[in-house]
Design a protein around this ligand. Structure first.
Ligand code: SAM
Length: 261
C-alpha cells in the first residue's frame, strides 16, 4: 500500500493534470445540500412542520423505541437527542454538580457521570429515587445515590448537603433534571424545591412534559407540562429555552427551563 495515498492532500493531488482538472470540474457541478441556519422557532413556524415534528415525537414515544436505549447494558429512559442536548449543556456549563430525580436503573446517572469523565469535567452526579434499581455500585462510580421521596424535606436536605459539598470543592454551575413521578402535583413540588439549586445561566430540565397530549399519552392526566405552566406563571427567574429542542425529537417540550436571574 502506498501510504502517501492515505493522506487526503496527497490523494487530491494524485493523477495527471487533466484527471485533476476533470475531477475538480465534476465536483463543481455536483449538487450540494443547501443548509439553512434556522432557529427551532423558525423551523416550527408553519403548522405543517409542527405537525410532522409532533407526529414523529408521538411515533417515537408510543412505538416503544423510547424504551430501547441502553448504556453499558443498563436501560436508560431518554431519547438520544435529549441525551445529546444534556451533553451540549454539560460542555457549555461545565457543571460542578448535576442533580437528577428519578434514578430508575442508574442508566442516565451513569451515562452523565461517564461523559463528565470523558469530557474532563469536574461534575459530581447526585441522583434521588424512592426505589433505585442499581446494577452497578453507584459509590464505586463516584455517584451519590440518595434514597427516598424526592420531595421529602429530609431527602431534599441530603441532596442539598451533597450539592454544598461539591460546590465547596469546586464552585460552579448546578444543573438539575426532574425525572421521577410525572404527576402534576409531584412535579410542582419538585419545581418549588429543586429550582433553588439551579445556578443563574444553568438549566432546570423538566422531563416528560410530552405526556397528557403534548403530544403523547393523552390519557395520562395533568403532568409535567401543566406543572411547568403553573410554575412559569409566578416564577420569573426561569424561561423555557426553545433552542434546547433544536434536535426536534424530545420528550421535554417547553421543559428546558433556563435560569435567567
Ligand atoms: C422515569 S424513571 C427515571 C428514569 C431515569 N432517569 C432514566 O433516564 O433512565 C422514574 C423513577 O422515579 C422513581 N420515583 C417515582 N416517584 C418518585 C418520588 N416521588 N421520589 C423519588 N423517586 C420517585 C421511580 O422509582 C423510577 O425509578
Amino acid at each position: 500500500v502506498d501510504k502517501s495515498l492515505l493522506n487526503p492532500n496527497a490523494l487530491a493531488a494524485a493523477g495527471s493534470g487533466w484527471q485533476r482538472f476533470f475531477r475538480r470540474a465534476a465536483n463543481y457541478f455536483r449538487p450540494s445540500p443547501r443548509y439553512l441556519s434556522l432557529s427551532v422557532s423558525e423551523i416550527l413556524q408553519t403548522q405543517a412542520s409542527l405537525n410532522v415534528v409532533e407526529r414523529f415525537n408521538d411515533l417515537y414515544y408510543t412505538g416503544g423505541t423510547a424504551r430501547a436505549l441502553h448504556w453499558k447494558g443498563i436501560e436508560l429512559l431518554k431519547t438520544p437527542c435529549d441525551l445529546w442536548m444534556v451533553l451540549e449543556l454539560m460542555q457549555t456549563l461545565r457543571p460542578s454538580v448535576m442533580v437528577e430525580t428519578g434514578t430508575h436503573r442508574g442508566g442516565s446517572a451513569l451515562f452523565f457521570s461517564d461523559m463528565a469523565k470523558v469530557l474532563g469535567l469536574p461534575t459530581k452526579l447526585v441522583t434521588v429515587d424512592l426505589n433505585p434499581k442499581w446494577t452497578v455500585d453507584p459509590q464505586g462510580q463516584g455517584i451519590a445515590s440518595v434514597v427516598g421521596y424526592s420531595t421529602d424535606p429530609q431527602v431534599f436536605r441530603q441532596v442539598q448537603a451533597h450539592v454544598q459539598a461539591a460546590l465547596s470543592e469546586r464552585p460552579g454551575a448546578v444543573l438539575v433534571l426532574l425525572d421521577s413521578d410525572h404527576s402534576e402535583a409531584n412535579v410542582a413540588k419538585e419545581l418549588s424545591l429543586y429550582s433553588s439549586l439551579v445556578t443563574v445561566g444553568s438549566y432546570l430540565v423538566v422531563e416528560d412534559t410530552n405526556v397528557n397530549g403534548h403530544p403523547s399519552f393523552p390519557a395520562h392526566g395533568p403532568g409535567p407540562w401543566e406543572a411547568v405552566s403553573r410554575f412559569l406563571e409566578t416564577d420569573t427567574r426561569f424561561a423555557p429555552d426553545a433552542e434546547c429542542e433544536r434536535f426536534l425529537l424530545t420528550t421535554n417540550p417547553r421543559g428546558w427551563l433556563k435560569r435567567l436571574s
